[in-house]
Design a protein around this ligand. Structure first.
Ligand code: ZN
Length: 273
């Protein structure tokens, strides 16, 4: 430890004021000022993030990150979508780099195996063209508002952008609902939830013995019915299934219940429309 520190100390030389980072002859260096005495220090860029002694006052300084030097990683933007990828042997790598560097904000850092490109986009939708290009590469990452987005999360988010289906539109038209032409599937789903509960839903609720307000919406009604089924199961459910569901041990029973639930939901949707 002491020996290591001494070696590092020997490597530090006070820098002249007109020396700029990365422009000294030989290896890249980082110039920074000692936080205690203000001495201008010059260290190899490989020491970024390390604690180093000031040769004048022996204060311990952390070697700061300086753009353009080894070890520097630009901070992740807090807003917008980010596509990040490393060097790839793919024939599409060149094109991906061109797409990335065409962005107003694009960072490239590291070298060889640590080389990274990061392109910043206003929104996830804007980032998709480049992301689809690089998504299969091991080094590729997608971030939205500073957080990494997994494949599953991406699918869920994209679903929210999908346009409403013909079936949804027909359904909304039958109910006399007004909606913008470019309404999404998720928005339409929310809109339909606000419509009054259907005759079919009410009949199903009556059969199950679910109490509901006279002006219940479709969304409220599905929730009430779901809650009731979660608590009491289906009216014609046999005891084995009920037992499995309660203990959570009978996987076959749970699967059957899940299938029944799916079937009833489909039936309910068809009935309601
Ligand atoms: Zn000092």
């Amino acid at each position: 430890m002491t020996a290591c520190r001494l070696m590092v100390l020997d490597g530090i030389t006070p820098a002249s004021d007109n020396t700029r980072a990365g422009q000294t002859e030989g290896a890249a260096v980082i110039d920074f000022r000692c936080a205690k005495c203000g001495e201008l220090l010059s260290v190899p860029s490989s020491l970024v993030g390390e604690m180093e002694y000031c040769p004048s006052c022996l204060h311990l300084n952390r070697v700061p990150q300086v753009p353009g030097t080894a070890g520097f990683v630009p901070p992740m933007p807090r807003e917008g979508a980010v596509v990040e990828f490393g060097k790839s042997s793919s024939p599409r790598y060149r094109e991906a780099v061109q797409m990335a560097t065409a962005r107003p904000i694009c960072d490239t850092w590291g070298e060889g195996k640590t080389l990274r490109h990061r392109a910043v986009f206003d929104s996830l939708l804007d980032a998709l063209d480049l992301w689809r290009f690089v998504a299969r590469w091991k080094s590729s990452r997608l971030y939205v508002d500073g957080a990494e987005v997994s494949d599953i999360e991406l699918k869920r988010r994209l679903w929210e952008y999908e346009p409403a289906t013909e079936r949804q539109r027909e359904f909304a038209d039958n109910l006399g609902l007004m909606y913008p032409a470019d309404i999404t599937k998720a928005q339409m789903s929310g809109l339909l939830d606000q419509a009054p509960a259907s005759v079919g839903q009410k009949a199903w609720a009556d059969k199950l013995g679910v109490a509901y307000p006279a002006n219940a919406t479709r969304g409220q009604m599905s929730q009430l019915i779901d809650e009731h089924i979660d608590l009491f199961g289906y009216p014609d459910e046999d005891e084995d299934h009920a037992y499995s569901q309660q203990t959570g041990q009978g996987k076959t029973g749970c699967l059957l219940v899940a299938l029944m639930l799916a079937a009833v939901t489909v039936a309910l949707v068809q009935w309601a429309s």
